[in-house]
Design a protein around this ligand. Structure first.
Ligand SMILES: Cc1cc2nc3c(=O)[nH]c(=O)nc-3n(C[C@H](O)[C@H](O)[C@H](O)COP(=O)(O)OP(=O)(O)OC[C@H]3O[C@@H](n4cnc5c(N)ncnc54)[C@H](O)[C@@H]3O)c2cc1C
Length: 462
């Protein structure tokens, strides 16, 4: 009979999954005086740091540099884009991810979080098993994140790839078909186009970025058309064949498209299968963990955060969830932030940024006569003109009431979402914020102009 190596360790909080949601919960809990174990099977930082936000934004920045070089002559600068050295782009991307990963590991250690390397499984409402070791917590946070989904019958492999493989490609493809015109699809379309590839997007719904205000989708479609990005809207994928040379995609209706690769970007599924959740009594619906608005699962003492909780799958939502749960457990009664008030940025060129209700949604909730808006064209904004970007900033308000939505498109508008989310979340009235001053010349002035107009005193607008 062998000697049992089973060990048991007790903590105030055990967190399963060390991505954005999990490590935020761990950091906030330890700040509030708890002892914390953080269990991670791969690398702390999760999808966002290693396969999501950070590496894709590095690629998008390299793409912007390529565009700047290509278009330099328009600004009177003599430059010549020789091409993309993908090995150097990879080194740049990996350098950023590696450094942020090291920083995070150092932070977790310095704060005294017990990081466990290994695959965990929930075996009771208070216990996560990793190999032979039991980690017991007064509370448990489930934070196991998400994976790239595919369609039934559409197998990933070879030249049919997801964003995970797309990031690691060691070539710039000459052509790509992208299935899915959501955030991940349009961001890769933007990168590859800037790098010189011919891209075709296929989206089953009538518009690209279908979760955004329709006028924003239409402006993106115009901008993409101008950039030479092809897209097929309202059409469904039927099948794909691949050879060593490339892929041939068939669409509903029989049209075929060929390219070097097919990127499948049809959304992300929750990573919850086989982790013991349901066996312990945690209710799961289509793979997502069901919680109340305070992120408690159906098992007392067990919470869920991030992409496994139905709703927006964004890193900053996961961070906020993690902080929220740590504070909730500590009895601080944190304020619930509704998903609609979480800012969203799509980092393609041109960028899209939004927070709050679209005008259509606001009208359906409050009645069309209770909602008004102003759509300020960036053509009137000096800094946007200097950058040679076009687009708009739309502010939606309740009549005689607060700002309830802001929707923007244009180069660099992602950076404006900070002010936009403050206005919406603080339920500011245009009359409150219109007298406040924006520096000139900045793109922030576009928001200021929209506030002025809605407060009845437009300066540079009619
Ligand atoms: C290509 C791409 C681009 C993106 N860009 C952005 C962006 O620009 N901005 C933005 O806000 N969001 C972006 N996202 C989304 C963002 O990455 C996610 O919303 C975020 O990572 C969710 O955090 P999470 O903690 O819920 O899950 P994850 O980050 O997925 O972390 C879950 C962690 O749990 C670990 N784990 C899973 N099961 C176990 C187990 N059994 N035992 C131990 N560990 C386990 C995993 O290894 C992983 O590290 C992007 C995503 C992708 C794919």
């Amino acid at each position: 009979m062998g000697v049992s190596t089973l060990s048991e360790q007790n903590f105030d909080l055990v967190v399963l999954g060390g991505g954005s949601g999990g490590y935020a919960a761990a950091l906030r809990a330890i700040q509030l005086g708890s002892t914390v174990a953080l269990i991670e099977k791969d690398r702390v930082g999760g999808t966002c740091l290693h396969r999501g936000c950070v590496p894709t934004k590095a690629l998008l920045h390299a793409a912007e540099v390529a565009d700047t070089a290509r278009e330099a002559a328009r600004f009177g600068v003599r430059a010549h884009l020789e091409g993309i050295d993908i090995a150097s782009v990879t080194a740049y991307r990996q350098g950023i991810v590696g450094s942020k990963h090291k920083g995070l590991q150092g932070l977790l250690k310095a704060r005294g979080i017990h990081v466990v390397e290994g695959e965990g499984r929930l075996v009771s409402p208070t216990t996560v098993l990793v190999g032979e070791d039991r980690y017991i917590g007064k509370n448990v946070v489930l934070a196991t994140g998400s994976y790239s989904r595919s369609l039934p019958g559409l197998e990933i492999g070879g030249r049919v790839i997801t964003s995970d493989q797309a990031l690691e490609l060691d070539v710039v493809p000459s052509s790509v078909i992208i299935l899915g015109g959501g955030v991940i699809g349009v961001e890769f379309a933007s990168v590859w186009t800037s790098f010189g590839a011919q891209v075709t997007l296929v989206e089953g719904l009538p518009h690209l970025v279908p979760n955004e205000e329709e006028s924003i989708s239409k402006q993106l479609e115009r901008a993409f058309r101008k950039r030479g990005i092809d897209f097929k809207l309202g059409v469904r994928f039927q099948g794909v064949t691949q050879s060593t040379e490339g892929v041939v995609v068939t669409l509903e209706g029989g049209e075929t498209l060929s390219a070097d690769y097919l990127l499948v970007a049809v959304g992300r599924g929750p990573s919850t299968a086989g982790l013991g959740y349901e066996e312990v009594g945690v209710t799961v619906d289509r793979g997502f963990v069901v919680t109340n608005e305070r992120l408690q699962t159906t098992v007392p003492g067990v919470y869920a955060v991030g992409d496994i909780v139905p709703g927006l799958q964004l890193a900053h939502r996961a961070f906020q969830h993690g902080i929220f749960v740590a504070e909730e457990i500590a009895g601080l009664k944190p304020v619930v932030i509704a998903d609609v008030n979480i800012p969203k940025v799509t980092y393609c060129e041109p960028e899209i940024a939004s927070v709050g209700y679209t005008e259509a949604k606001a009208a359906s909730l409050h009645g069309a006569d209770k909602v008004t808006s102003y759509d300020y064209n960036l053509a009137g904004n000096a800094k946007s003109h200097i950058l040679e970007t076009s687009g708009s900033v739309k502010v939606v308000r309740l009549v005689d009431g607060p700002i309830i939505g802001i929707h923007m498109i244009g180069g660099r508008v992602g950076e404006l979402v900070g002010e936009a989310q403050l206005a919406v979340n603080w339920e500011a009235y245009p009359e409150d914020v219109a007298p406040l001053i924006h520096a000139h010349p900045t793109q922030n002035e576009a928001l200021g102009e929209a506030f002025l107009k809605l407060a009845g005193k437009p300066l540079n607008a009619l």
